[in-house]
Design a protein around this ligand. Structure first.
Ligand code: CP
Length: 308
């Protein structure tokens, strides 16, 4: 596939740590190019992609599918519920099968943190692995679409005040974003309940109360409260969370003019963000979903470059 610039070649995409700053910027800029000129160029041969989602997804699954189709890839149907997973087939054996039948790229979401390690270390598996989310581990394609959204807005990352807010310890989005944003020069602050924070994040930024930083921030990254990863022992009040930690209408009014509000979605309305603010002028939640298609085209193209 011909490229106009920003050439990135990848064997797999499983974490943000494994990408250099140049590769990150190349993928962001290529995503922006696809947004401006979305027509895919002819592929040099037939390529097959499969999306294997062992956890629920709307955005990641369907935007990878749109990206694959825009690029001209053949998309192989896979539903865990009707596959041989129900006969006890392991993830390794499912991917081994995909590789054996000639699938070039597998986009995988799985509840196990680091599920991809055995797959990319296998001497037999030839298919490229694109991590669509591993439990509470990493979500690199979400991180790249978030970076693209910030870069489109500000044109840089250095010295931006970025607040990552909410259920940080359970969030793969937060884990991918905190380390790459720090590496790109942003100032990171964390807000939200102390029990959903871990001191290991201190190397990336400082934990503060949202009201201490609301009028100085450039980017507010809200996170979904991940009830499915909680053990059920804690009582939770939606109203109390919204008032203490969420983006209320009152807090929205205190945001600087230049600032933007992000959320990976799905949104718990009136919990992380007031219902009326999801599509407010500063909100970029719909833009994030749109950008997801283009940055995922850039990721898939980089994998195909790696194969070429
Ligand atoms: N943001 C995100 O990963 O959404 P889905 O779970 O719907 O894919």
């Amino acid at each position: 596939m011909a490229m106009t610039g920003n050439k990135v070649s990848l064997k797999h995409l499983v974490t943000m740590e494994t990408l250099s700053n140049e590769e990150v910027m190349g993928l962001i800029k290529r995503g922006i190019e696809y947004k401006q000129l979305p027509e895919a160029e002819q592929l040099s041969r037939q390529y097959f992609a499969a999306n294997l989602f062992f956890e629920n997804s709307t955005r990641t699954h369907k935007s990878f599918e749109v990206a694959e189709k825009k690029l001209g890839l053949e998309v192989i149907d896979f539903e865990a519920s009707t596959s041989s997973v129900n006969k006890g087939e392991t993830l390794y054996d499912t991917i081994l099968t995909m590789s054996a039948i000639g699938v070039d790229i597998c986009v995988v979401r799985h509840p196990d943190v680091d599920y991809y390690k055995a797959l990319i270390d296998s001497p037999t598996i030839q298919t490229a692995i694109v991590n669509g989310g591993d439990g509470s581990g990493q979500h690199p394609s979400q991180s790249l679409l978030d970076l693209m959204t910030i870069y489109e807005e500000f044109g840089h990352f250095e010295n931006l005040n970025i607040v990552i807010s909410g259920d940080i310890i359970h969030s793969r989005v937060a884990k991918s974003n905190m380390q790459i944003l720090k590496r790109l020069g942003a100032n990171i602050f964390f807000t939200g309940p102390e029990e959903w924070y871990d001191s290991s994040f201190d190397i990336y930024g400082k934990h503060v109360h949202i009201d201490d930083v609301i009028d100085q921030l450039d980017v507010l990254m809200l996170l979904r409260v991940q009830h499915e990863r909680h053990d059920g022992s804690e009582s939770f009040s939606k109203e109390a969370y919204h008032e203490q930690y969420g983006l209320t209408v009152e807090r929205y009014k205190q945001l600087p003019d230049r600032s933007i509000v992000m959320h990976p979605a799905p949104v718990n309305r009136d919990v992380e963000i007031a219902d009326s603010l999801v599509e407010a002028p500063k909100a970029r939640i719909v833009r994030q979903m749109q950008n997801g298609v283009y940055v995922r085209m850039a990721i898939l193209e980089a994998i195909l470059n790696g194969k070429a």
